[in-house]
Design a protein around this ligand. Structure first.
Ligand code: AMP
Ligand code: TRP
Length: 327
């Protein structure tokens, strides 16, 4: 059985991009694999965040995980911070990734370019080290992520090669799995930008009321012309809406474009809005019930216990390999 691992940072309100690129795919792995899905709460600290908000976001993600169909009897669901092995492996692995390569990471460059040097925390810079620790602790084979995270998984692969060349076959080589459709959902207000938890007009949040979801889609930026065709360069707005539709229908974008031949933009948007609402409405209800009933608590506690057992084994192997005295 292959090991599958992924996580989401509790940094803001989850978006439709998170849902399509990551969240909704997690449950597909749980039948045939050993699946670990966690809340990357330590990663959330890499940019300033209010403590209350962090706690609430963590509960939200746990509830959304369960609402998405993840079954705690099949998938290990846990908080990163509840398994201290993540931080312990991080302390070792930070010595095997280098300043030059960390500085070249797109996510770091994006975030750091908007900040003064004095405000950039070490954790933001070292973000990929902790992410590598998350992945490697569970001997993960497959890491399902959106396309923005694949560079971090590539760096993890470099780290495995480097570490194993020095110490022997200790770490397992992971592989990112990026969806063929929906790996990067764009903002509805600026379809050249990623939908990313920070733009209230262009992002659809999983907790938005359905009336707001409809309104956002109906006022999404579209392109010149009047035909609904898939062309991300000439028609980024329409192509993004087609991608959203196709992902939720589980069909190819080309097939989705065929559905809308002869549609005017307005009618096309209406159809996309209906599709999104039909998926989000029941999902939101289920999320609310899980959250109100605190059903996430037991899942997280049991998940952390199980995760810890597996993580400890890998950590011990790594500690011994590098020469730490394990008694
Ligand atoms: P984050 O919100 O950065 O913790 O991302 C959690 C997961 O959602 C990662 O696998 C990302 O690659 C994915 N993701 C985030 N934003 C998008 C987007 N706009 N389109 C597709 N996937 C996304
Ligand atoms: N960095 C990921 C993100 O922002 C979240 C994450 C942390 C993650 N550790 C991970 C994803 C390990 C996959 C595997 O989306």
């Amino acid at each position: 059985m292959a090991r599958v691992l992924s996580g989401i940072k509790p940094t803001g309100k989850l978006t439709l991009g998170n849902y399509i690129g990551a969240l909704r795919r997690f449950k597909d792995y749980q039948e045939a694999n050993e699946t670990f899905i966690f809340i990357a709460d330590l990663h959330a600290l890499t940019l300033p965040i209010d403590p209350k908000e962090l706690r609430e976001n963590s509960i939200d993600i746990a509830s959304f995980y369960l609402a998405s169909g993840l079954d705690p009897h099949k998938t290990t669901i846990f908080l990163q911070s509840a398994v201290s092995e993540h931080a312990e492996l991080n302390a070792i692995l930070q010595n095997y990734l280098y300043m030059g390569e960390l500085r070249r990471m797109t996510q770091f460059k994006d975030k750091a370019s908007k900040m003064k040097d004095e405000a950039i925390g070490l954790g933001l810079f070292a973000y990929p080290v902790l992410m590598s620790s998350d992945i490697l602790l569970y001997d993960s084979d497959i890491v399902p992520v959106g396309v923005d995270q694949s560079q971090h998984v590539e760096l993890t692969r470099d780290l495995v090669r480097r570490f194993n060349a020095r110490y022997g076959e200790i770490l397992k080589m992971p592989k990112a799995e990026v969806p063929t459709t929906g790996a990067k959902i764009m903002s509805l207000s600026d379809p050249t930008k990623k939908m990313s938890k920070s733009d209230p007009k262009g992002d659809i949040f999983l907790k938005d009321p359905m009336s707001v979801v409809k309104k956002k889609i109906m006022s999404a930026v579209t392109d010149c012309g009047s035909e609904v065709t898939y062309d991300p360069v000439e028609k980024p707005g329409i192509s993004n809406l087609l991608t959203i539709y196709a992902s939720l229908e589980d069909i190819d974008v080309k097939e989705a474009a065929k559905v809308f031949v002869g549609y005017r933009y307005g009618d096309f948007k209406k159809a996309v809005a209906e599709k999104v609402v039909s998926v989000l409405e029941p999902f939101q209800q289920s999320y609310q019930e899980i959250k109100d009933g605190r059903l996430y608590e037991e899942a997280l506690k049991e998940g952390a216990e199980h995760a810890k057992k597996i993580a400890r084994k890998t950590l011990t192997k790594v500690q011994k390999a590098v020469g730490l005295l394990v008694l």
